[in-house]
Design a protein around this ligand. Structure first.
Ligand code: BGP
Length: 481
């Protein structure tokens, strides 16, 4: 074997691209779709949080309502994906297209039909759909009437929704994930809401940590039930979790920094430890006891956790962070481990949005998580948000994106071939420009396909190919070489 063949990616490696329903589809009130929690988020800006409004308010701009109009343009977009050579396309199902209120008696046939058509179109073009059931959105009614995922009734609503779509698409979709970046809510900074996964409003006197643990556990129970039920629907299903892995290093070799890094990661591992191991970790039980947190669960739910462990670990990777206890170093406070703070890593650069670029951190994550769970891994998001410029001739030169992605692919290759990690696929985020989740901007662009639309919602929505598109096409056609 020569050196080059040693560097091969596995034969059926899933080279793909990722998006989420509410960030691309638009058509927010068409064909019977109910209002979703993503529809009440206004546009923010770089460094400015999006506002979460009570229902839709006139005079405010909600970028998801039209997004990039994928709902009407998906056939053309899929042609661009096919020409790019995508083998997999990760998107989500918008729950409120299927159950407009979330607690409806019967599903909405027009919503089901849309995803039938979308999946057929993908399959016809040789692209495997990879589907998330809840990507940062739930039907808005479930927030209004039940208060979001803190309420255990949502477990049953989610399980019913999953049953309907898994049965309907059982011969079209093999790869599923339950909740997108389920651990993100643990460090949600919004003082009023914990919105991403759980859609909850907090009362001023509430113990936020307790509510967030409760909602997270409810989701984990719902997820485990869906895994079990999914395997009964189709034994071939591969059902994974979806974690945001941002490794937190000790900022220095001062030993308390190593402990701080360990403790901060513990809060994040709570989620994937349950998904993958099927029980509440002892370190968390001890923590709840020490802090006097009352988290509600019963024997039947614990059994559900044990019988619904995930088949693979899906995760996003964008950046790393560092934590320190050194008093002379400044940084941003962390609520779950107050003696430490997040400090800027002097060895790496950051994007225009302050996300620290660390390809080696991806190899670090692949190794630590594979060692921890020994399950196949799937990178379902990774990408570079940047300001792009479309030239007069329609071209977009984005060498920074190519540099970011190729540096990460190099580390994947090392993790596979030098470290022995079982990595099954890679779907870079925002294969086509879309609405940013964090800031609601269009101009924080991730795509290899440019979409003509700006932060105010102006533009023709016309698609054009960036340099990264041709670069990635080449990567795929050579299986990563
Ligand atoms: C992840 C989410 C995505 C996505 C991405 C980029 O957290 O799963 O939905 O948007 O990050 O973040 P942003 O859009 O804020 O740049």
């Amino acid at each position: 074997m020569n050196k080059e063949t040693n560097k091969k990616f596995p034969e059926n490696f899933l080279w793909g691209g990722a998006v989420a329903a509410h960030q691309i589809e638009g058509a927010y009130n068409e064909d019977g779709r109910g209002l979703s929690t993503a529809d009440v988020m206004t546009a923010g800006a770089n460094g400015l949080e999006r506002e979460i409004t009570e229902g839709i308010q006139t005079g405010k701009y909600y970028p998801n309502h039209e997004a990039i109009d994928f709902y009407h343009r998906y056939k053309d977009d899929i042609q661009l994906f096919r020409q790019l050579g995508l083998k997999a396309f990760r998107t989500s199902i918008s729950w409120s297209r299927i159950f407009p209120n979330g607690d409806d008696e019967n599903p909405n046939e027009a919503g089901l039909q849309f995803y039938d058509d979308l999946f057929d179109e993908l399959l016809k073009n040789g692209i495997e759909p990879v589907i998330t059931l809840s990507h940062f959105e739930i039907p808005y009614h479930l927030y209004e009437k039940y208060g979001g995922f803190r309420n255990k009734k949502l477990i049953d609503f989610f399980v019913t929704y999953a049953e309907v779509v898994m049965k309907r698409y059982k011969n079209k979709v093999k790869y599923w994930m339950t909740f997108n970046e389920i651990n993100n809510q643990a460090d949600d900074q919004n003082p009023l809401h914990v919105w991403t996964n759980s859609a909850m409003k907090l009362a001023p006197d509430e113990n936020k940590e307790e509510v967030v643990f409760q909602a997270g556990l409810n989701e984990l129970i719902a997820s485990a039930k869906v895994v079990k039920q999914g395997h009964e629907i189709n034994l071939e299903f591969q059902i994974g979790c979806m974690m945001a892995y941002v490794p937190i290093y000790g900022y220095s070799c001062y030993p308390p920094d190593a402990v701080a890094a360990l403790k901060v990661m513990e809060r994040r591992y709570f989620y994937s430890d349950i998904h993958a191991r099927g029980h509440i970790p002892q370190y968390t039980l001890n923590y709840w006891k020490r802090q006097g947190l009352h988290i509600d669960y019963n024997k039947e739910e614990l059994d559900a956790l044990a019988s619904g462990t995930v088949d693979y670990i899906g995760f996003s990777y964008y950046m790393s962070d560092a934590v320190t206890t050194l008093t002379e170093t400044t940084g941003q406070a962390i609520s779950d481990f107050p003696v430490a703070k997040l400090a800027r890593n002097p060895y790496i650069r950051a994007s225009d949005w302050g996300w620290q670029i660390d390809p080696v951190g991806l190899r670090y994550v692949l190794n630590t998580i594979y060692q921890r769970y020994e399950k196949p891994m799937f990178i379902v998001e990774n990408g570079f948000g940047a300001y792009d410029k479309k030239e007069a001739d329609g071209s977009v030169h984005d060498p920074y994106r190519i540099e970011y992605l190729s540096a990460h692919i190099e580390q994947m290759e090392k993790a596979i071939n030098e470290d022995g990690v079982d990595l099954i696929g890679y779907t870079p985020w925002g294969i086509i420009d879309l609405v940013s989740f964090g800031s609601g901007e269009m101009e924080k662009r991730y795509g290899m396909i440019y979409v003509d639309k700006d932060n105010e919602g102006q533009g023709t929505l016309e698609r054009s190919l960036k340099d990264s598109y041709n670069w990635y096409k080449n990567v795929i056609s050579q299986n990563g070489l």
